[in-house]
Design a protein. Sequence first.
Length: 77
Amino acid sequence: MDVQPASTHGQGGEIAFRTDAVEAVHAVWVERGYTILQGPTELDFGRSVTMADPDGNRIRAFQPRPDLSRQDPARQG
């Protein structure tokens, strides 16, 4: 799987967290002046936004597609 957006620093990595409000996270990041690497975008797993912290680390907030969100692992076969 290709990382989106592509890393500009070698292999790279990222910290990702789940949210129910990708657009709101994006707005806060813009307000605080963070470097946005990818604005809110629809990907195969749901909506996502990615920024770089002051050290260049990639941080992603993602909102799973409704059909993938909040699945109860105890109910899965």
